[in-house]
Design a protein around this ligand. Structure first.
Ligand code: NB4
Ligand code: NI
Length: 185
């Protein structure tokens, strides 16, 4: 089971490295990794389990965060109360093949399970993306995402390239943004 002990923190070089593509069919190890990462997200979003194991809540987890430099990330974006998740999958070898010019940022800024401090500021990303990725069965997907799920996937794909959310925050004016950037609640 993945817990906070398995998640590496800033300062560890793996978080700044370019991850490698995953080979198909998935090895037994990589299949287990994908499963364990998704289970971590499910556990972290279950109040009882999260308290018991001291898990910080997460909607995404990238393989390099558990010190595995592979292009793989689990994403679990909850839907509206009681409904199905708005996006749930393990995305493997993901590529953003196109994106909106329209920028967007989460109103509260971002946090990262590998960063044990608050770094305030807007992280302006693309509001809409077209994402190509493979799932754990090796099936290729090409999907359009917007708003919150699009932001989460961009945060995870950044990890695969060694980028952390605060790299995008304006140092002089953390809450500055273009007039036409969207703020997502
Ligand atoms: C990834 C996110 C940071 C910004 C936005 C948010 C949370 C993370 C990091 C974009 C992606 C993890 C991976 C949350 C959270 C809302 C949904 C459902 C019920 C609690 C949960 C709380 F926990 N970020 N944490 N940070 N990362 N929303 N929510 N809620 O997930 O480092 O690279 O359970
Ligand atoms: Ni992160």
């Amino acid at each position: 089971m993945i817990t906070m002990k398995n998640i590496i923190r800033e300062g560890n070089d793996t978080l700044r490295s370019q991850s490698k593509d995953v080979a198909f069919p998935l090895s037994a190890d990589n299949k287990k990794l994908a499963q364990d990462m998704m289970t971590f997200l499910e556990n972290s979003q279950d109040q009882k389990i999260a308290e018991k194991y001291h898990l910080r809540a997460g909607v995404g987890l990238a393989a390099p965060q558990v010190d595995v430099p592979l292009n793989m990330a689990a994403v679990l974006v909850p839907g509206p109360e009681g409904e199905d998740p708005s996006f749930k999958d393990v995305i493997i070898n993901p590529v953003i093949i196109s994106h909106s010019v329209q920028g967007a940022a989460l109103s509260e800024g971002e946090g990262c399970l590998s960063v044990d401090r608050d770094v305030p500021g807007y992280v302006v990303r693309h509001d809409r993306i077209t994402l190509r990725y493979f799932d754990t069965n090796g099936e290729q997907h090409k999907i359009r995402l917007k708003n919150y799920p699009a932001i989460v996937c961009q945060h995870e794909i950044d990890h695969l390239h060694g980028t952390l959310f605060y790299d995008h925050i304006n140092k002089q004016e953390p809450f500055s943004m273009e007039d036409d950037d969207l703020i997502i609640e």
